[in-house]
Design a protein around this ligand. Structure first.
Ligand SMILES: [Ca+2]
Ligand SMILES: [Ca+2]
Ligand SMILES: [Ca+2]
Ligand SMILES: [Ca+2]
Length: 283
C-alpha cells in the first residue's frame, strides 16, 4: 500500500496471479446497492467479483453450474430481466458432456448465481464483449454479441431465460470486436455496425439482422478494434471511425444519405476498443 498523491494504491494479485493474463478492463459498478462499487474481473475461464477493497465476493468458474470452462470476455452490466437489479453478462464457453464445447453467454445475478447460460453455438467460441441496448425500441434490452466464425447474435431475456431473437452469419472470419450501435441513416433507430475481415462494415437492422447498409473500405484482415461513431466535427452528420489494427490505420467515414470516406490516419499499434464518441441521437 502506498500513500500520497499519485502513488500506487494497490495491486490485486488474487488467487490467479501471476499465471493468468487479464485480457480486458474490469467492469465497475455498485451491483448490490450497498453504496460501494464492486469490481468484475474476467480472467481465463473465471468471472470474479471483488468488493471495493478487493476482497473476493464470488467467483464463477469450472465448479459452477453450468460450469464456465473456456476463456471469458469482459463483462457487461445491466438489468436485462427487469427486476431492477443488475445482471452481469459475459461471453464464454461451457463444455457439455455430449455436445462438447458450447460458446455462449452467461447471465449472473448480483450475488453470483448463474441465472442462465445460453449456448449460441457448438464447437465454436465467443470472444466479443456483449453490447446491451434496446435495439428494437420495445422497452426490453437486447444483448448483442459476435462469435469467432462470423455470426452476429441478438438475444433477449424472456420468460426466465436468455433467448435468441435472431442470428446472422455475416462473415467466414472471426468477429472478435464488439458491435457498435449507432443510427447511421438518421431515421432515429440505431443500427448494429460490424466490421468483417473481408473489408466491409455492415450495418444490420436490430429487428431482424437484415442489412441496412454496407460500407466497403477494402482493407481485409482481422478486425480487432470496435467501430466508433459520433458527430466528431459538429457538422450534423455522424462520422464513423474504424481502427484497422493489421493495416495500422484509422479510417473515418462521414455517414448519411451518402457515405464518404474522408480521411485516414496511420498509427503504429493497436487501438483496440475505442468506444462510442457521443450519444448522437439521444437513444
Ligand atoms: Ca456494492
Ligand atoms: Ca435484473
Ligand atoms: Ca428491445
Ligand atoms: Ca437508423
Amino acid at each position: 500500500m502506498a500513500t500520497g498523491t499519485g502513488g500506487q494504491a494497490w495491486i490485486w494479485g488474487g488467487p490467479f496471479h501471476p499465471d493468468t493474463h487479464i485480457p480486458a478492463g474490469p467492469a465497475i459498478k455498485d451491483i448490490d446497492g450497498d453504496g460501494e462499487p464492486e469490481i468484475i474481473v474476467l480472467a481465463r475461464n473465471k468471472c470474479i467479483c471483488l468488493e471495493h477493497d478487493l476482497t473476493e465476493k464470488w467467483v464463477i468458474d469450472e465448479t459452477s453450474t453450468p460450469s464456465s470452462d473456456y476463456p471469458v470476455t469482459a463483462a457487461a452490466i445491466a438489468d436485462i430481466d427487469g427486476d431492477t437489479y443488475d445482471e452481469i453478462i459475459f461471453a464464454g464457453g461451457h463444455i457439455d458432456p455430449v455436445a462438447g464445447l458450447q460458446g455462449g453467454l452467461f447471465v449472473v445475478s448480483r450475488t453470483g448465481t448463474i441465472l442462465d447460460f445460453l449456448a449460441l453455438n457448438t464447437g465454436r467460441t465467443v470472444t466479443s464483449l456483449p453490447t446491451i441496448f434496446d435495439i428494437d425500441a420495445d422497452g426490453v434490452l437486447e444483448v448483442i454479441v459476435c462469435d469467432n466464425t462470423g455470426t452476429v447474435y441478438c438475444c433477449r431475456w424472456d420468460s426466465g431465460a436468455l433467448t435468441l431473437v435472431w442470428s446472422r452469419d455475416v462473415s467466414s472470419s472471426p468477429l472478435s470486436a464488439s458491435p457498435c450501435l449507432i443510427d447511421i441513416n438518421g431515421d432515429g433507430v440505431r443500427e448494429i455496425l460490424v466490421s468483417t475481415a473481408g473489408g466491409t462494415i455492415l450495418a444490420l437492422s436490430g429487428v431482424d439482422g437484415s442489412t441496412v447498409a454496407s460500407i466497403e473500405h477494402g482493407y481485409s484482415g482481422t478486425i480487432v478494434g470496435t467501430p466508433t461513431a459520433g458527430d466528431i466535427d459538429n457538422d450534423g452528420n455522424v462520422e464513423l471511425l474504424l481502427p484497422l489494427v493489421e493495416a495500422g490505420r484509422l479510417l473515418c467515414f462521414r455517414l448519411g444519405a451518402t457515405t464518404t470516406g474522408n480521411w485516414f490516419r496511420r498509427w503504429g499499434f493497436s487501438a483496440g476498443r475505442t468506444g462510442e464518441v457521443s450519444d448522437v441521437d439521444g437513444g
